[in-house]
Design a protein around this ligand. Structure first.
Ligand code: PHE
Length: 380
């Protein structure tokens, strides 16, 4: 390094030594919390829901006086459901805005893009709903307030053999999505080791419009059920085309199915099908009813979905950890989040385990009479 560069580097590091810690410890008038979400683009309902839940939590905390004597300022970046944008969003939130923690994302592929950046900068990141097992394996600053897909895939395998009485299951995977690939694998591992047969396995690319080729091949393989670990928009089209081809085989999937849009696009083609998800808003707990009431009041009577509930819980877990840490200093805050135990969330009571994943129950929903209807609960 040339002497001039060395001098510059020394000045810069002294500068950041004095300036950055005050930023990172919330030295300003507010505590800055970052959020990145798909507010627009292909999975806009995911980001909109999780954002609304997160916003409601922050507004409630601020109305009750804030935390550590300060109000929380939520800085939200729209990643537009586009690869590349989550990295831009969290880089900006960390380097330019000086946030103390980051909430997001719903989709695993986008959380996986942002997590290494948060980890490198030692900024705690809490994903509300990304279930791919590798998300929290990115490092000790990465957390989630949902179960992972090892658990969800196992529950779906038991469901296929137990409830659907399926002996042979076909799998249709979205190869563009880490979530879909991971959940397909967890399902397959569990279903085949517990005596089931995985029949034909086919792929699609999220956003495709024509699935007739795959569905025709599945029809001739004659499985007892079709496992479809996809997101709601693709799932709705696949179910419509399956019906058009006269395929009466039950189709089932995971949490990616959950969106009102599944019903509005899929209509009677999704009727009778099942999926697993994080919670049901019909859950009779005081935390869930309080959340549903507050959400409806805040968002013009709209009913919350799982992403809204989890967005709310992600923010509340962070606030609880800031209180217990009594600081927003990064290592202390990380340790406090990791110590989250018996947290009474809107989604249910949960603790974070040594892998920084929430240990919690899962629910099965059946689409009945054009509505999401609670079917069963699976405990961890
Ligand atoms: N679990 C999905 C993922 O990891 C995201 C998701 C969560 C979608 C909840 C819908 C509901 O990508």
């Amino acid at each position: 390094m040339k002497p001039f560069h060395l001098l510059f580097a020394t000045i810069a590091s002294l500068f950041s030594l004095f300036l950055l810690p005050s930023c990172k410890s919330g030295g300003g008038d507010t505590i800055k919390v970052g959020e990145f979400a798909s507010l627009t683009g292909k999975e806009a309902t995911f980001g909109t829901s999780s954002h609304e839940g997160t916003l409601l939590a922050i507004e409630q905390v601020n109305a009750a006086g804030g935390v550590l004597g300060k109000k929380i300022e939520l800085l939200t970046e729209d990643d537009q459901t586009k690869a590349g944008e989550p990295a831009n969003a969290v880089n900006k939130l960390i380097s330019k805005d000086g946030v103390v923690a980051i909430l997001g994302e719903v989709a695993s592929s986008r959380s996986l893009e942002a997590a290494p950046i948060c980890q490198q900068n030692k900024i705690p990141m809490i994903s509300p709903a990304s279930t791919n097992p590798t998300v929290t394996q990115e490092g000790d600053y990465i957390f989630r307030v949902c179960f992972n897909d090892t658990f969800q895939g196992g529950a779906l395998a038991n469901f296929a053999s137990g409830t659907l009485k399926a002996k042979k299951v076909a799998i249709l995977t979205d190869v563009k999505s880490d979530y879909s690939k991971g959940l397909a694998k967890s399902f397959k591992d569990k279903f085949s080791t517990s005596g089931g047969t995985v029949g034909i396995e086919l792929d699609f690319n999220g956003g495709d419009k024509d699935f007739k080729g795959q569905l025709t091949a599945i029809k001739s393989d004659a499985p007892d059920a079709i496992f479809l670990p996809g997101y709601y928009n693709d799932v709705a089209l696949i179910c419509i085309q399956a019906k058009q081809l006269g395929l009466a085989t039950p189709i089932f999937g995971g949490d990616g199915w959950e969106s009102e849009s599944l019903l509005t696009i899929g209509k009677d083609a999704v009727e009778g099908h099942y999926f697993s998800t994080h919670c049901s808003i019909e859950q009779p707990t005081p935390e869930m009813s309080a959340f549903v009431d507050a959400y409806k009041k805040r968002f013009n009577g709209k009913s919350p979905d799982a992403m809204a509930v989890l967005g709310y819980d992600s923010a509340m877990v962070l606030v609880d950890a800031i209180k217990r840490a009594n600081t927003t200093e990064s290592a202390a805050l990380r340790a406090a989040i990791a110590a989250t135990k018996d947290f009474s969330g809107a989604s249910g009571k949960f603790s974070l385990n040594a892998d920084r994943d929430a240990v919690k129950a899962l629910v099965f929903i059946q689409i009945k009479g054009g509505k999401f209807t609670y079917n069963a609960t699976v405990n961890p």
